[in-house]
Each structure stands twice: as C-alpha cells, then as structure tokens.
Design a protein around this ligand. Structure first.
Ligand code: CO
Length: 430
C-alpha cells in the first residue's frame, strides 16, 4: 500500500515537471506498463498496461480490460507548479558587485516565501549531438542562489502589506562578479556537455528544502509541489494497484495547469481525445458509446480550513487536514462536480472505507479553477472535482496531511473498478 516515504521521495526527486513525469514513467515501467510513442503505430493487447507521454511533461497511463472495454474511467491531475523560469541571457549584475539570475514568474505563486532560502535550478537542456539534438534532464542540485529580503531598517513598510515587484524584488543572487559566466558553465557541467553544445533550455527555480513530516503527532507533511504532485502520485498509485475492470482505466497528468492549460501538453489540448480515439481504433470500441459510459475524477488539491484564518472558509464545507479526500462544488461549474458525480465518487469512497469531505468557496470569494472542466470541454465525460486538503497553496513549501494521500489511492482503486452505464436521466452504476 501507498507509503508516505515514497511520496516524499517522489516530491524530493521531482524539482521540475519534467522530472515528475520522468519519475512517474520509471515507476510505471517497474510495474510492467509499456511505453507507447504518439508518433508510432500502436498494437494493444487486452488486459495490457501502457503509457504515453507528450513533451516530457504530460503523461497518460492506462490499463485495458480483459474483454472489450465498455467505457473509460479516468483521472486528471497536473505536473506543473507556480515557480520562476530562468530567462535567456540570464546573468544580471548589480553595481558591478553581484551576479544575479534573471527569472520570470510562471503561474500565480505566493512570492514572499521564496525569499531567504537556498534555491537551485532544474528542468531540461537541449544539447547538440552527432545526430542533431538531444534532450537531457538537469538538476543543478546545489544550493546555488537565494533571494535575500531587504532589512526592516531599509524597508519599514515590509510588514504593512508591501507589494513585491517581480522585476525588482524577486531576482535571485548567484554570486560575486568574479563568477560571471558561471550559469552556462554550471549548466553545461550538469548536462554533461560543453557550453557551445547548449542549444536551448527550459529551467525553473526550486526550493532546496526537502519534504518533512512534522507536528505534535507527526501529522503534517510539508514539501514543494504538493499541488498537484500529491494527487498525480496518488491517482497513479491507484491505477497501478487497481484490478482490471470493465472500462479502460486511465491516469492523466497534464502540464501547464498553472498557466491556463492552453498548451499542446495541457488539459486544453487534444492529448486525451487523441489517446482515447486511438484506444478505440485498436480495440474496436465505439468512441461515442464509450464516452457515454465513462467517468472522470479531476484531482487537484483543495484548501483546508486555515488555523489563523477560519473566516476564509465556507461555514459548513470546510475540509481539514487528514480528514480524507475532498469533493469540490461550485454552482457556476468552475468545478465539474454535480449531484450524480459526487454520489458516484462517494460510493467508491464508502467501499474503500475512506472519509469524504466537501469544499465550496465562501459565497463572496472567487476561488481558483482547475483542469476538470477544461479536459471535459474536449472529451465530454461526467466528472467530479476532488483534491487533498492543504495549506499555503502555491507557496514553494506547502503543507498537507500524512494520511490523506493514502485515502485518495484507496478511493481511486475503487473508482477504477466501477462499472458506469449511461441512463436517460444521467449516469448510473451497474
Ligand atoms: Co493545482
């Protein structure tokens, strides 16, 4: 069964979305899932387990039923997190004294917690090779930079709602001027190539602090990337542990949720649709009929009742850490959940012996959005939005509960085993 230590090592070894997908892939391969290429012909076997990646930052893993499938049971989560992306020509100087690293915001992060802590750089580098170009994962894997705060004596307004300017306040310091040129040098070293061989890169800052369990009863886990790698990991472990069902079971992890999902590897792409259609073409399933007998769980972390600010939560739908999996509701369908899909998910949780909590935004707060309604705009499948309760969403060090990920794994095992049937009044269980 899912072990919190395995989640922690997954989080620590996934400093970028590319690393997260690489680690999921490795885990799937160790469990007998076979790699498929989008650019290759597919031959699928009944009962077979497969995965396909796109851009190295999104993955869809699936298991076919032992007889012809009747529908799709799928989960969707995301591999990316708000961070800072390293710009081209990133070396900046200050007054001829310091060397800084030019970065740009990726997604909507909490800025203050990025300060005064060791940071490093991870992502991918495109390296010139004999055959043309090679893509290499890199992690500079050292305490390389820091965004130092301004002293209270120099900024008396620091505790009065100070507004951080990303172009001024959030530029990490890397070294003294004598280290000029060190960025490309270190990058080349990490990529195992010469500086001249570097053709391009997608690199992001990450927090050097490792995942930790803490609290009076060791009840909390803090780490970077819990939103949404906690759900990506739990849904994937659920797929791995599930038994073959009547439907095709899929676990999708998309990229770019934090910037609106509108990329070729995001939820707002044809990735899922293309994979579902190819599964149908290979197995003789009827696409439209299969969609009618399908169900999606969109899994993205949820806000727990905050210890210092309980007033930000809805009065009756306020999930707590370690209270179980959260079902998210929104009247305007920013979350896909409705009465039927929440009932289906609750049925699975009941079977799994897992606690369910509910989340609604306080009626006067807008709240965030997620990827469920984006993926269902391409593939119209009844869907429920769920997540695991956490604090400090979009901080570089987020906090969740040690028990909740396992609850989602157990719930997903039951969800993947469900047999969904379309009925005139909506979905039903067989
Ligand atoms: Co998220």
């Amino acid at each position: 069964m899912a072990d919190i230590r395995e989640l922690m090592s997954f989080l620590d070894n996934s400093p970028s979305c590319f690393h997260a997908i690489h680690n999921l892939k490795t885990r799937l391969e160790s469990q007998g899932f076979k790699a498929l290429g989008e650019g290759e012909a597919w031959a699928l076997e009944e009962g077979g387990k497969y995965f396909v990646t796109r851009n190295g930052s999104a993955i869809i893993a699936f298991r076919l039923p032992e007889v012809k499938g009747e529908g799709f049971i799928l989960s969707a989560s995301h591999s990316d997190r708000p961070t800072f992306k390293v710009k081209e020509n990133p070396e900046l100087e200050t007054a001829g004294q310091y060397l800084r690293l030019a970065v740009e915001r990726y997604g909507g992060m909490l800025m203050a917690p990025w300060m005064d802590r060791p940071l490093s750089i991870a992502g991918r580098v495109m390296v010139e090779s004999e055959t043309g170009m090679e893509i290499r994962l890199v992690n500079l894997d050292k305490d390389l930079c820091m965004i130092p705060n301004v002293a209270i004596h120099m900024n008396r307004k620091a505790n009065d709602g100070y507004t951080y300017n990303p172009a001024v306040d959030m530029i990490p310091l890397m070294g003294s001027m004598s280290t000029k040129g060190c960025f490309r040098k270190q990058l080349a070293e990490a990529a195992g190539c010469t500086e001249e061989q570097i053709l391009g890169y997608d690199l992001y800052l990450y927090n050097r602090e490792k995942a930790k369990i803490w609290g009076a009863e060791d009840e909390y886990i803090s780490a970077q990337g819990l939103d949404d790698l906690q759900c990506a990991w739990a849904t994937m472990e659920g797929l791995i542990a599930a038994k073959p069902g009547k439907g095709v079971q899929l676990c999708c992890v998309f990229d770019n949720e934090e910037v609106g999902s509108g990329t070729m590897q995001g939820a707002d792409s044809n990735f899922l649709e293309s994979v579902l259609k190819r599964i149908c073409a290979c197995t003789g399933m009827d696409y439209s009929r299969a969609l009618a007998n399908s169900f999606q769980v969109s899994a993205d972390n949820a806000h727990a009742l905050h210890p210092n600010h309980p007033e930000f939560s809805d009065p009756t739908n306020r999930p707590v850490i370690n209270g179980g999996v959260v079902i998210k509701f929104n009247a305007n369908q920013r979350y896909t959940t409705d009465g039927i899909t929440s009932a289906l998910f609750r049925t699975a949780c009941k079977k799994a012996g897992v606690n369910v909590q509910t989340f609604c935004n306080r009626a006067d707060l807008a709240g965030g959005s997620t990827l469920g309604n984006i993926s269902t705009s391409h593939v119209s499948i009844p869907s429920v939005d769920v997540g695991l309760p956490q604090f400090a969403m979009h901080s570089p060090y987020e906090t969740a509960g040690v028990k909740d990920a396992e609850s989602l794994v157990k719930a997903m095992i039951e969800v993947y085993g469900m047999s969904i049937r379309s009925a005139s009044s909506g979905l039903t269980l067989e």
